[in-house]
Design a protein. Structure first.
Lengths: 232, 268
């Protein structure tokens, strides 16, 4: 063992993982809240299909999801081609693509958690707010959204943890390029494939556990803060 | 019933002298057909009385704008809130109707103070004719302002809900069995407040209940509903009517401030 100092490669992997996960959560959070709210409050034709599509990454093998992303979002894919030709954006084999893969994989967990809390908000409170002169938008932002906070916290933490751990879809869609797409799990995997990698793998393993534990404790603490607030 | 749209040229004053409420609505709800017509006079308490399932809450929800009648017309003073023929259906937030629900429906994440001002803050200051301090002192909730609803008793919650509805300076106050979830002692605590509201703030009140004793105590007029239609429409004689359960001993607590008061609680 060469001690507790991280090598450059490990630092890169950690930084990249955090960057990718934050971006993935930041992008999927508003969309996830919107999707959860619509699924909770509205009935529309094709709702089952939308629900199914959102949940698909949860039940598909991650490698399949990654391959689908490559087909759709690769430079020659339907969406990826459009993005590249009009905006010059490349997702495949870049860290942004890793964020997309993480977001897609984390999205169902986020939506499920947020939807539970949206279901728990009494529509009677929204009616009451409307009779008090608040329009639909204001009701959503002043009543519904604040009351969904517990679910949003849980969903965010779950999504963040899922993003940090994303492996299969990431390696298939954006490969394992050091400094660009080699996130923490990919670096750990790579280290297990080389002769002197055990120490590094162990360090990354400890970091992963620490990150996951901190995320859990943070969500616990925030949920308790919210509870105290509501009881005050 | 003849529908009269009253005009008095004081559209935005908030205090329409003629706050007459005309309701004439039809709605098919599953196998239940609702065909209701009645009028409520200005600054009085009109009780909607009837057994469970008579359609009382449905009517109140249509007046509030939370559900849409199939046909008919709802006017408050000179304002038309719903007209099936003209296709007018004002959303609830545009109706200026206060609604006190059976369960208080206070916003759990907001303090009592923030609950009270939720509707008031949506209102232009010139449209406010119910003042914060008069309402808080009338309902005796000054000491609760910083608390959250989870720490209020049932009676306190309902008083805050009444205050919240009043503070949006409504042109009509709907109360849907506001006492139903309370025990007898809390009912007796709240009834005198309700009785004084209409005259104190000159707001017509539509009071839903299936308890005859409550209605005898608070109402000036009674509309009896049965199976989705009006069966009786008459004034209630409540001279010397004792408070239910406590004969002759209960008076409006703030009675000394009410009779002949010209103060409408308008903001300075």
């Amino acid at each position: 063992m060469e001690g507790w100092h991280l090598t450059t490669m490990e630092w890169e992997a950690l930084g990249l993982s955090l960057k990718v996960s934050f971006l993935a959560v930041a992008v999927s959070l508003p969309a996830g809240i919107g999707a959860a709210w619509v699924l909770s409050r509205y009935r529309f034709p094709g709702k089952g299909l939308v629900d199914g599509l959102i949940h698909l990454p949860l039940v598909l093998p991650p490698v399949v999801t990654g391959y689908l992303l490559l087909v759709l979002l690769g430079r020659k894919g339907i969406i990826g081609g459009f993005l590249y030709n009009t905006f010059g954006i490349t997702l495949a084999f870049t860290w942004k693509g890793a964020a997309v893969a993480a977001a897609v994989m984390a999205f169902p967990l986020l939506v499920r958690a947020v939807r539970l809390s949206a279901d728990a908000v009494d529509p009677g409170l929204e009616d009451a707010a409307r009779t008090l002169g608040a329009g639909r938008m204001r009701v959503f932002f002043t009543i519904t959204l604040p009351l969904m906070v517990p679910g949003i916290i849980t969903g965010t933490i779950l999504a963040f943890a899922r993003s940090l751990g994303e492996f299969g879809a990431t390696i298939t869609f954006v490969s394992n390029i050091r400094g660009e797409t080699q996130t923490l799990p990919l670096a750990l995997y790579s280290l297990t494939q080389v002769p002197d990698g055990e120490a590094g793998a162990l360090r990354l393993c400890i970091i992963s556990v620490a990150l996951a534990m901190s995320a859990l404790l943070l969500s616990e603490w925030m949920a308790r803060r919210f509870d105290t607030l509501m009881k005050g | 019933m003849k529908m009269t749209a009253v005009t008095d040229g004081r559209k935005n004053s908030g205090i329409s002298k003629k706050n007459r409420v005309d309701v004439c609505v039809q709605k098919q709800q599953g196998g239940f057909y609702l065909d209701i017509a009645f009028a409520a006079e200005q600054a009085g308490v009109t009780a909607l009385f009837g057994p469970s399932g008579a359609g009382k809450t449905s009517v109140v929800n249509m007046v509030a704008g939370l559900s849409r009648p199939d046909r008919g017309r709802i006017t408050i003073g000179d304002r038309c809130c719903f007209d099936g023929e003209k296709g007018i259906h004002l959303p609830p937030e545009k109706r200026r109707i206060g609604y006190v629900f059976q369960e208080a429906r206070l916003f759990p994440h907001l303090t009592v103070g923030a609950n009270l001002t939720f509707g008031m803050n949506r209102l232009k200051p010139t449209d406010r004719f119910v003042g914060f301090d008069p309402v808080v002192s009338l309902l005796g909730i000054a000491s609760l302002l910083k608390r959250r609803p989870a720490r209020l008793s049932g009676g306190e919650k309902q008083r805050v809900a009444i205050g919240r509805a009043l503070l949006c300076s409504p042109q009509l106050l709907l109360m849907d069995e506001p006492l139903a979830s309370l025990d007898q002692a809390r009912k007796e605590e709240l009834l005198p407040y309700i009785r004084t509201l209409s005259t104190r703030f000159r707001i017509p009140i539509l009071y839903v209940s299936h308890q005859m004793d409550e209605i005898a105590y608070v109402a000036d007029y009674m509309v009896r509903l049965e199976n989705g239609s009006v069966t009786i429409h008459s004034p209630v004689s409540r001279n010397n009517m004792p408070c239910p359960g406590m004969p002759g001993t209960c008076h409006p607590r703030t009675g000394d401030r009410i009779p002949g008061s010209r103060d409408t609680g308008r903001f300075p």
